[in-house]
Design a protein around this ligand. Structure first.
Ligand code: TXA
Ligand code: MG
Length: 323
């Protein structure tokens, strides 16, 4: 079906209380009308997501901000002005019209205006904010193509709108304004450096505190089926690879023949070590390593700057399945 037809059909489904898989620039989302509690409950059910893990509300038009948020600090306004539409979610005190099921009973609501034009056209046509978590089963790798969604949730959603591969490829950065100072709840597609150049210093909770700020931030997430091990250098591989098929996830190309006979598959995230390109390729590469039957996925950390912070966060949390 032509994309405009898919958007029209998706908007009808949203208005009628159905569930729509939609492309965004970050990852595919599993969307429902933010004001339809039954539809929201179905989103949790399809994802097998616990009800304590709240949803992001996606808007297409800035006029929704005042309808959904009770208070918008100046720093949040600045961020919105400079970065929206884009891969940034902000948490603000919620207004009563936001159903508790969307925020898991929390006093804050997470809001995002995606830059993906298909997503914005769909939300605009539906005429309601669209609550959408990533369109994957709870705890697994996020989808960056319509096929990824189809493979995991194909039978249970009312339509999958195919907007092509996601261009950012890693979820939005989440900044909370529920405390005195802006607080990072999840590193993501907008670099922290860019945010801090607008708001000044952002508080970064210690890893073990994250989950208190953001209920969905359980340490273990983004799990591949094969165990993912974070290694410091390729020299660590011999000790883990006895009798195992090893897949290596690396930022830059590695010549397998020169160094190692005990690596079976290499996924390189970027030919020239570009962190944006690497973020864009990360989840699809993790899926490919899983699908090729690797017993172990060994992942090399990337520099912790720009989108590297979000990439390392996802790799770390994927590795927590095995502890
Ligand atoms: O890029 C993205 O943000 C994607 C696309 C689809 O927009 N969405 C996404 O949603 O990653 P999800 O549900 O997979 O992750 C959202 C995170 C969860 O960890 C959740 O706990 C947190 O946002 N969150 C949502 N609402 C919140 C709130 N009111 N207060 C604190 N954290 C919240
Ligand atoms: Mg998710």
């Amino acid at each position: 079906m032509e994309l405009t037809k898919q958007i029209e059909k998706g908007a009808d489904i949203l208005r009628e209380g159905g569930v729509v898989a939609l492309p965004t620039e970050t990852v595919y989302g599993l969307g429902a009308s933010a004001f339809n509690e039954k539809a929201l409950a179905r989103v949790f059910e399809i994802k097998r997501r616990p009800f304590f893990d709240p949803l992001i509300l996606h808007i297409s038009n800035i006029k929704w901000l005042d309808n959904l948020a009770a208070d918008i600090p100046a720093a949040a306004k600045n961020l919105i002005e400079k970065i929206w539409p884009g891969p940034l979610t902000i948490v603000l005190p919620k207004k009563n019209c936001v159903p508790d099921i969307a925020t898991s009973g929390l006093p804050g609501v997470a809001l995002r205006m995606p830059s993906n034009e298909t997503a914005r056209a769909l939300i605009e046509l539906a005429g309601v904010p669209v609550a959408a978590p990533s369109a994957n089963l709870f705890g697994s790798v996020s989808p960056t193509t319509a096929k990824h969604v189809e493979d995991q949730l194909g039978g249970s959603v009312d339509i999958i709108i195919d907007g092509g591969p996601c261009t950012v490829g890693i979820e939005s950065t989440i900044i909370s304004f529920m405390n005195a100072a802006p607080t990072l709840l999840r590193p993501g597609g907008t670099p922290l450096e860019e945010i801090e150049s607008i708001t000044g210093k952002v508080i970064i909770p210690a890893r073990e505190d994250f989950v208190n700020h953001s209920p969905g931030r359980s340490e273990q997430h983004y799990a591949t089926s094969a165990p993912l091990l974070l290694i410091n250098s390729i020299d660590d591989i011999p000790s883990i690879s006895v009798d195992k098929k090893v897949g290596l996830l690396s930022l830059e190309p590695i010549d397998k023949n020169l160094f190692l006979s005990n690596i079976d598959v290499i996924e390189c995230l970027s030919e020239n070590g570009d962190l944006r390109e690497a973020a864009c390729n990360l989840f699809a590469a993790m899926r490919r390593l899983d699908d090729c039957g690797a017993d172990i996925i060994a992942a090399l950390p990337v520099p912790n700057t720009g989108l590297g912070l979000a990439i390392n966060d996802r790799l770390y949390r994927a590795s927590r399945k095995n502890v």
